[in-house]
Write a protein that binds this ligand. Structure first.
Ligand SMILES: NC(=O)c1ccc[n+]([C@@H]2O[C@H](COP(=O)([O-])OP(=O)(O)OC[C@H]3O[C@@H](n4cnc5c(N)ncnc54)[C@H](OP(=O)(O)O)[C@@H]3O)[C@@H](O)[C@H]2O)c1
Length: 358
């Protein structure tokens, strides 16, 4: 099988992952005869990297071990050489005795350089196969890395006419239980949830990640408020704890400064690499206007308000050609999900291409 054909399969595997702190990555292990031995993909921070996922999947099928000296491991991204929450992929590939590695994109992060490590260990490495498609898959993750900031997911929970609150300020609940459960699942895989000072004043949210039955999930993101108004100790998000203990107040209105401050912050022993911006309108608008949104979950509930706060305000667009455009995102659970009776649309800012098919 030509390298490009297998790399396309690896791209298809990558898209099954979730966006966030880590890039989407797919990997395929192929025998010398061209038979696919195993497939792997990365499922998000703290889980197996795609290369390990493919190697482990093969090992499960071959408990007695097998000679992989004539096999090729394809990966959409250069294998990492960095030991973090997961072992370095280069070490796993070398230990497994894989003879050849073909990768697509180079790793632009501090984990780059894995191809050279493999070459020095005697592995035959081919770089840059379908590099453009592999890079396009993670174009916003790369943008975040270049700006030394966390990856940003925006949450829009709105009526059919794009409102997030009625004229009297009531907003609970516009969306369905299923939509809110999905939001909690997204919260649970992020490092921080960010809202503006007015959402804290009006809604007094807890900003915790909870299961559909209301229990706290194992992983709780940092609770973050942005803006100049002081946060009162009685607000629920503080949980009665001092600032710095599970919650943070970023005294700024500059979204990039807020993100860069978060990038310097650790929570639960790990740096903040993925932020969920939940609103309200002013804060969401600031992130969109600064082109600092990398992924969108837009929940559309089938009701009309006709007036009241809209999800996004003035973002500086004066004519249609200036409007930021978004593409359906096939990653994760796909671009469109019914969350009865709501519809959740999963999007990312339009890049050159954003899916293997495009
Ligand atoms: N449907 C939903 O899922 C959802 C989610 C969240 C909120 N909401 C609703 O949204 C409404 C609140 O929206 P909102 O726009 O009034 O509040 P907001 O965006 O939560 O907070 C606005 C405040 O944030 C501060 N801020 C920080 N950075 C800013 C920036 N770059 N530009 C402007 N202000 C900035 C400003 O206050 P300082 O003076 O303190 O700096 C500003 O007044 C509420 O009705 C809430 O219920 C709905």
């Amino acid at each position: 099988m030509p390298d490009e054909a297998v790399m396309r399969q690896a791209l298809d595997a990558a898209i099954r992952g979730v966006r966030g702190a880590n890039p989407l990555v797919g990997a395929i292990l192929v025998s010398a005869a061209g038979e696919v031995l195993s497939t792997g993909h990365h499922r998000g921070a703290g889980t197996f990297h795609a290369e390990r996922d493919a190697l482990e999947s093969f090992a499960r099928e071959h408990p007695a071990g097998a000679d992989l000296g004539s096999a090729t491991l394809y990966s959409t991204l250069e294998p990492c050489r960095h030991q973090g929450r997961q072992p370095a992929c280069t070490r796993l590939i070398i230990d497994a005795g894989v003879g050849r590695v073909v990768h697509g994109a180079s790793d632009p992060s501090s984990n780059g350089g894995g191809a050279d490590v493999l070459r020095r260990a005697g592995v035959d490495v081919v770089s840059g196969v379908l590099a453009q498609q592999c890079e396009a898959l993670n174009h916003r993750w790369v943008a975040a890395a270049v700006q030394a900031r966390p990856f940003v997911t925006a949450h829009l929970a709105q009526t059919l006419d794009g409102r997030i609150a009625a004229p009297d300020g009531t907003s609970q609940w516009i969306t369905s239980k299923a939509s809110r459960d999905h939001t909690h699942m997204v919260r649970s895989r992020t490092d921080a949830i960010l809202v503006g000072t007015n959402t804290v004043a009006v809604d007094d949210p807890r900003l915790t990640a909870r299961t559909p039955t209301g229990e706290l999930t194992l992983r709780q993101p940092l609770r973050v408020v942005m803006g100049m108004t002081p946060v009162r100790p009685a607000q629920k998000l503080t949980q009665g704890l001092p600032e710095g203990d599970g919650w943070l107040h970023l005294r700024t209105r500059d979204p990039l400064a807020a993100l860069q401050e978060l990038a310097q912050t650790t929570h639960g022993g790990y740096p903040i690499k993925h932020v969920l911006v939940e609103g309200g309108q002013s804060v969401l608008s600031a992130f969109f206007a600064a082109d600092l949104v990398d992924e969108v979950f837009a929940y559309h509930a089938p009701l009309l308000l006709g007036a009241g706060r809209s999800s996004v305000g003035d973002i500086g667009v004066r004519t249609l050609s200036e409007a930021p455009r978004f593409a359906l995102d096939p990653a994760d659970s796909g671009p469109v999900q019914i969350m009865d009776p709501d519809v959740c649309v999963h999007l990312q800012p339009k890049g050159d291409t954003c899916s293997p098919e495009s």
